[in-house]
Write a protein that binds this ligand. Structure first.
Ligand SMILES: [Zn+2]
Ligand SMILES: [Zn+2]
Length: 124
């Protein structure tokens, strides 16, 4: 799990582990993930859609989220680690969950290709 930097969902953890450990129940996986989260060994990442992803990297870091393919990558931006938590009345702010949303390399490249293909061929 700690080697998995792809921010797996509970489902993907289950499908992978169940191949190695047949007979493993999905409930066990959910319980284990919940336990690891309670122990602060992993954390849940907010992601588009309601699917919780888990993050084995509990150190301070931010996420790069590709809005095209949905890939989630870790990035560490030192300047953001010590950003002051804003005070919100009626709410205890515990952390800033920073997501940088945009397009990953692969997606911007394939988009560029598509644009070139779409360009009218009337230039000489
Ligand atoms: Zn992408
Ligand atoms: Zn992460």
């Amino acid at each position: 799990m700690a080697e998995d930097l792809a921010h797996p969902t509970a489902e993907s953890v289950y499908s992978r582990l169940s191949k190695q450990l047949p007979g493993l129940s999905q409930a066990t996986i959910y319980r284990t993930l919940q336990f690891l989260e309670d122990e602060k060994l992993i954390r849940r990442v907010s992601s588009p859609g309601a699917i919780g992803r888990f993050d084995a990297n509990v150190g301070p870091h931010q996420h790069l989220l590709c809005r095209v393919c949905g890939s989630l990558e870790d990035i560490s931006i030192a300047a953001l680690h010590n950003a002051a938590l804003p005070k919100v009345s009626g709410f205890t702010v515990e952390e800033l969950d920073i997501r940088l949303v945009g397009k990953c390399d692969a997606c911007s490249r394939s988009e560029l290709k598509n644009q070139k293909r779409k360009e009218p061929a009337n230039r000489k």
